[in-house]
Design a protein. Structure first.
Length: 255
């Protein structure tokens, strides 16, 4: 059953009491945020890049021990970038060679072996938001995403804001992007609004909700999460709207 996940953000203490009965999970972006969280919900974690060198820094023994201690049900990492070293400007830029698709698959295979030998929960990789310059080459196309998910036998965190940026920058229809993704591998949806070619993590628009509905019609994700973090009242409003949408998408019991 699809659950609404609430991000543990700067507005968490104000938002949580008012959505508590409609959510089923909490999401942290660092395991340092896990201690002290309410135990009645599942816990998930969204982390950094899978292919670049942040992965090596992430995979310390205490990290995996923390995942086990807090019974984290799903971890997600960015599917990319397409370089082992990047720097952040307005977006990722290469600080080394851009990898070929088969090199990305090979690097990911080794990394996935590390993850699976230390963590037994669900693993999902999140589609990145394509920008020209090299660091997003290959990894943002539905064709490569499907090949990578199959090669590594993992799911996808389908990020609506990211796919809108990718579609804006590559002139692709966002519904067609979703249509090309293997729906059986969608484990999670992240929902926010992108402003054209910029991932602004804004409040979802009606068009964004149409994309969420379309994705839900083609998949049965474990979690759906709002990725707007800035003000409590809009977070509450849109978390509840997502909860209603997920409820409406569930198959009705036979009478």
């Amino acid at each position: 059953m699809t659950k609404i996940a609430l991000a543990v953000s700067q507005c968490f203490t104000e938002v949580y009491p008012r959505v508590r009965g409609r959510i089923g999970a909490l999401t942290v972006n660092s395991m340092t945020k896990a201690p002290g969280l309410p135990k009645e919900h599942e816990l998930t974690a969204h982390l950094d890049g899978f292919i670049d060198d942040t992965f090596e820094r992430l995979c310390a023994p205490d990290f995996f021990e923390s995942l086990r201690r807090h019974d984290v049900k799903l971890i997600s990492l960015d599917l990319g970038p397409s370089c082992r070293k990047v720097r952040m400007e307005e977006c990722y830029m290469p600080d080394g060679p851009v990898l070929k698709p088969d090199e990305i698959i090979a690097d990911g295979t080794a990394r996935m072996k590390t993850l699976r030998s230390n963590y037994k929960g669900l693993i999902a990789l999140e589609n990145l938001d394509y920008h020209p310059g090299g660091a997003y080459d290959h990894v943002c196309t539905p064709d490569f995403i499907n090949k990578a998910l199959k090669a590594w036998d993992v799911g996808i965190t389908l990020d609506i804001g990211h796919l809108n940026v990718t579609c804006h920058n590559t002139k692709m229809d966002p519904f067609e992007f979703i249509r090309q993704i293997d729906g059986e591998r969608i484990l999670e949806l992240h929902v926010s609004h992108a402003n054209g070619g910029e991932d602004t993590h804004g409040l979802p628009t009606d068009q964004d909700y149409k994309l969420v509905e379309f994705a839900l019609s083609r998949s049965k994700p474990h979690y759906v999460k709002l990725e707007y973090y800035w003000e409590p009242e809009p977070i509450i409003e849109h978390t509840l709207r997502l909860a209603d949408l997920v409820d409406a998408a569930r198959p009705k019991a036979a009478t």
